[in-house]
Write a protein that binds this ligand. Structure first.
Ligand code: ZN
Length: 191
């Protein structure tokens, strides 16, 4: 194959590579190199630069997000779909602009840690969605009550759903939320 022109130095010295691609991330990302098997990229034999195609860059970004312990864009979307929310409703729930939220799902920007925690928590404890919505919009209480009654019926009576009936975060629910947060925290600290 004839070498092609390097976009950085202009030399006709770009050669294709195929195999396992390893990227050594910054030191604040633990766990050694990010590895993509069966990858394709190009290297310039003149200036030494590597030219990575968009697909490989996307795979590396996904690995980086996972390594940092954040939800991937497809995981955020899955949480929202499990909750039956639109992107607009999810943005309101998390407390960010709709454009910002859509960028997370599209993988164009990374959510901050507090948003990541809230989304994980709400996924583990679906009543959190209802609870927070009810606190901000008392007019929806009837809808919320119906939803929670349904949950309680499905699960043969969830204590958490019962606790969420009050418009305020009562002591029982608060204690269970703390437990969930601690469980999440210990899960995250495992290697
Ligand atoms: Zn070059």
């Amino acid at each position: 194959m004839t070498p092609t022109q390097c976009p950085l130095c202009g030399a006709q010295s770009l050669v294709p590579h195929e195999g396992t691609y390893k990227m050594y991330p910054p030191q604040n990302i633990p766990g050694g190199p990010l590895t993509v098997p069966a990858a394709q990229w190009e290297t310039c034999t003149a200036c030494g630069e590597e030219i990575l195609p968009a697909a490989l860059l996307a795979e590396l970004e996904t690995l980086r997000i996972e390594r940092l312990g954040y939800l991937r864009p497809d995981q955020i979307r899955a949480v929202r779909e499990r909750a039956g929310l639109t992107q607009t409703e999810m943005a309101v729930f998390v407390g960010v602009g709709e454009k910002t939220y859509c960028r997370w799902e599209a993988g164009r920007s990374l959510q901050n840690l507090s948003s990541d925690n809230l989304i994980r928590l709400a996924d583990r404890v679906p009543e959190v969605f209802a609870q927070l919505t009810a606190q901000r919009d008392p007019g929806r209480q009837a809808v919320i009550d119906a939803y929670l009654d349904g949950l309680a019926a499905d699960k043969g009576g969830s204590d958490l759903a019962m606790a969420a009936h009050g418009a305020e975060l009562d002591a029982t629910l608060a204690a269970q939320l703390r437990e969930r947060l601690q469980a999440l925290a210990s899960q995250r600290s495992e290697p």
